[in-house]
Design a protein around this ligand. Structure first.
Ligand SMILES: NC(=O)c1ccc[n+]([C@@H]2O[C@H](COP(=O)([O-])OP(=O)(O)OC[C@H]3O[C@@H](n4cnc5c(N)ncnc54)[C@H](OP(=O)(O)O)[C@@H]3O)[C@@H](O)[C@H]2O)c1
Length: 265
């Protein structure tokens, strides 16, 4: 595979870093020259990673091309380029549909949507792929888990999950702040939270047949402390409000209007 990237930003850097830290990392990579600093540092760091003089040179030298620019500029960037019918184009632009991308990159026939996340740099997390694609499943499978879906609406719904990351850290930060207010040293509080939540995150994987609510109930002993917090938050409609926010993000993604997915969302 000769792999090219149009757009060398945070996500491209994460994919190339994950790829080049894998045992079998012989894929040659050609990067578009923007962002210049990121492209140059990746080329300096890894063998078989080069920076092309321009976007067209990436297309001319590669068989597989990942699109990693923001949706707002995708039209301007892509319509000026000459794609070949035999290119395999993988769009990482979450909020543009496969049909919209296909129109911009005609005459390409093979278009796949993929949604990796920045933790791919550490070969962790999961990449959603639509429609299922053997080559891309094998590629991303070396960099973490792969979830393949046939239905674009399923892809959009799964994408909504990525909008909950910031709130997850806010949840941990609330506990951290509370501990500090109650006299626990900053580092010790953080260490405890990190360790205990890592163990909790492992629980669904170690008991794959157990539902999330069953896991909640395991801790929510009647009259116990976990039950108190779960009951109080439920009574204040915290979880309903959260589900409504997921609905709101889903509407934006489905309408192709979500400006940013990722750490800066
Ligand atoms: N970051 C995430 O977690 C994440 C997750 C899933 C999907 N995505 C999607 O991935 C795409 C890229 O996200 P990102 O976080 O990597 O963004 P980013 O860090 O802002 O990178 C985008 C890159 O595109 C470059 N660019 C601008 N104009 C260009 C042009 N005409 N030709 C080639 N490159 C150009 C920019 O270069 P300059 O810096 O020189 O302007 C920038 O380095 C977006 O569509 C986003 O929705 C991101």
């Amino acid at each position: 595979m000769k792999l090219g990237f149009i757009g060398t930003g945070a996500l491209t850097a994460a994919i190339v870093t994950g790829l080049k830290s894998a045992a079998d990392n012989s894929v040659t990579v050609l990067l578009s020259p923007r962002n210049q600093e990121i492209a140059a540092s990746l080329a300096l760091r890894y063998r078989d990673v080069r920076v092309a003089p321009d976007n067209q040179a990436v297309l001319d030298s590669c068989d597989t091309v990942m699109l990693a620019v923001w949706p707002q500029i995708a039209h301007e960037v892509l319509t000026g380029l000459r794609f070949r019918r035999d290119h395999h184009v993988v769009s990482l632009i979450a909020t543009l549909s496969r049909e919209e991308i296909a129109t911009l990159i005609a005459p390409v026939e093979h278009v796949t949507k993929a949604l990796p996340m920045p933790m791919i740099a550490h070969r962790q997390g999961a990449t959603i792929i639509c429609p299922p694609d053997r080559r891309m499943a094998a590629f991303f499978g070396r960099l973490g888990k792969v979830i393949e879906v046939d239905d674009p609406s399923e892809f959009d719904a799964l994408s909504v999950v990525t909008a909950s990351f910031a709130s997850y850290f806010k949840y941990l930060d609330t506990i951290h702040g509370w501990l500090k207010e109650h006299g626990v040293a900053d580092a010790q509080a953080r260490d405890y939270i990190v360790t205990i939540f890592k163990a909790l995150a492992n629980a669904p994987e170690t008991t794959p047949d157990t539902g999330f609510m069953d896991l909640a109930q395991d801790y929510a002993t009647r009259g116990g402390l976990n039950e108190q917090i779960l009951r109080e938050l439920t009574a204040r409609n915290v979880f309903d409000a959260f589900a409504e926010s997921l609905d709101g993000v889903h509407r934006r993604i489905s309408a192709g209007a979500a400006p940013r997915i990722g750490p800066q969302s």
